[in-house]
Ligand binder design. Structure first.
Ligand SMILES: Cc1cc2nc3c(=O)[nH]c(=O)nc-3n(C[C@H](O)[C@H](O)[C@H](O)COP(=O)(O)OP(=O)(O)OC[C@H]3O[C@@H](n4cnc5c(N)ncnc54)[C@H](O)[C@@H]3O)c2cc1C
Length: 440
């Protein structure tokens, strides 16, 4: 960790070891200064495959890489485990909490803030208790526990009436994450679990996808979104458009049709939430210290070079930065992190402040719908079905960090394709407190 004695060299603190933070730190590897990457977790998480971890296809180890390992060869870089909780911009000190609740300080000359977003419940925070989001590894593991436990509960119950709510799965939000998880639950039920139970038929699992808009995957071209809808219909996901989720409890979900306010209840013990994001809480602390008003979803507005107005040594990158309506995707975070790192590196090298505008090169977006069906949209290129699926797979493997993760994921995908099985399904009930957690 950087201390007072070593402060002759400039120091850079990077908050967040996600895509933005990691790429910023990597760009700073040759500076004559100290870099500290602080994250509240030990690992870089490849969020685009969280839903495959949640549905038992990939292990949490396959979609994460320890930050210390990723940055081990970068001799000027320290990794700190802690949650940024306070900041003094005048003294240039960041305060962070350790896992035991005690705090420590990190002095900095430059700050890169890349702490991402968390799930938003749009003021209905009480839903979070029953409807986990999908932003962290903890979320994915909680969802996996809920899904696998639901099938097990259904198997143990005597009547179809009692089983039905356990075999009904509701997903709120028809963006890429909602569509992906809904499709994967059907594939889990129909492919992996179909022949493993005796009392229930897992393929009868009902998957309900609720979305407020008039088509799923609204960030994609309407033609691609229609193809995705066709695939969802084909695999048995029941899509309900133009509805808002208005209540969630331990055993049901209530949705309200936007057009006529008609309410419908569905009995279910498993509700998953993917509808909306908001900035992590520390963004509010930082914004008030910076004297800036948070933009939509609590994002922090930045100048064209990704620094904050009036604070040339503070950069904000990735999902939590607000600039020109850039989308919250990994590529924006990676390119933004690299850009902020370059600005700081050049400033340190030249002794005068470097500032050039961030230019985002849109490499397109992709979404998995079902086995052999994915979408890819990159400029004029639009792929769906098998071609989209192959492109989706290649892109995800290319961006997954670590050779071992890439190899392991490919093997898992191949095994699942060949046999339909999903092996990452361990749910233990050793601790009664933990066992109760999903349905508490
Ligand atoms: C389920 C899912 C699927 C997705 N699919 C795709 C996709 O297919 N393609 C695509 O391009 N994008 C996808 N995205 C979006 C993409 O993952 C994000 O745009 C990207 O992760 C943003 O990077 P980031 O660095 O801004 O934030 P993150 O990757 O979220 O990283 C933020 C980091 O900050 C840490 N942190 C937060 N608060 C603190 C604090 N106070 N102190 C210390 N550390 C903190 C977190 O632990 C985390 O490691 C998906 C996202 C999700 C959730």
């Amino acid at each position: 960790m950087v201390d007072e004695l070593s402060r002759q060299r400039p120091s850079v603190v990077v908050v967040g070891g996600g895509f933005g933070g990691l790429y910023a730190a990597r760009r700073l590897r040759h500076i004559d200064g100290d870099v500290t990457v602080i994250d509240r977790g030990t690992s870089h998480v490849f969020q685009p495959l969280l839903y495959q971890c949640a549905t038992g296809l990939l292990s949490e180890g396959s979609i994460t890489s320890p930050l210390r390992h990723l940055l081990r060869r970068q001799k000027n870089t320290h990794v700190a485990l802690g949650e940024a909780s306070g900041i003094d911009l005048e003294k240039r000190r960041l305060t962070a909490s350790r896992i035991d609740g005690s705090t420590f300080e990190l002095p900095f000359d430059y700050l890169v803030f890349a702490a991402g977003m968390r799930q938003s419940y749009h003021g209905n925070e009480e839903f979070a208790k029953y409807a986990p989001g999908m932003k962290t590894v903890d979320d994915a593991l909680a969802i996996r526990r809920k899904l696998i436990s639901a099938f097990e509960m259904a198997e143990s119950l005597p009547t179809p009436e009692e089983r039905r709510p356990w075999l009904t799965f509701a997903v709120s939000g028809g963006g890429p994450t909602g569509v992906e998880i809904a499709g994967q639950i059907r594939e889990l039920a129909v492919g992996a679990l179909e022949h493993e139970f005796r009392a229930i038929d897992p393929s009868e699992a009902r998957v309900l996808l609720f979305h407020g808009g008039d088509r799923v995957l609204e960030s994609f071209d309407a033609r691609l979104s229609a193809k995705a809808q066709k695939t969802l219909d084909h695999i048995g996901v029941e899509t309900h458009l133009g509805v808002h989720v208005t209540d969630v409890t331990a055993d049901r979900i209530e949705v309200t049709r936007k057009a006529d306010k008609q309410k419908t209840m569905y009995d279910t013990h498993t509700v998953l939430w993917t509808a909306g994001v908001e900035a992590v809480p520390f963004a509010g602390t930082l914004a008030s210290a910076l004297g800036v008003t948070q933009a939509r979803g609590g994002r922090i507005p930045v100048e064209k070079d990704l620094s904050v107005a009036g604070h040339p040594n503070v950069y904000v990158v990735g999902d939590v930065a607000a600039l020109d309506d850039l989308p919250g995707v990994a590529e924006v975070a990676m390119q933004g992190g690299r850009h902020a790192g370059a600005m700081i590196a050049k400033t340190i090298e030249n002794g005068t402040r470097a500032s050039s505008p961030f230019k985002y090169h849109d490499l397109g977006s992709a979404a998995y719908i079902a086995r052999r069906h994915a979408l890819l949209q990159a400029g004029p290129i639009q792929l769906s079905g098998l071609a989209g699926w192959a492109a989706w797979g290649a892109i995800h493997i290319a961006f997954l960090s670590g050779r071992r993760n890439r190899a392991g994921t490919l093997i898992n995908w191949a095994a699942t394709l060949a046999s339909g099985t999903r092996r990452e399904r361990a749910v233990t009930f050793g601790d009664p407190e933990t066992a109760r957690m999903p349905y508490a």
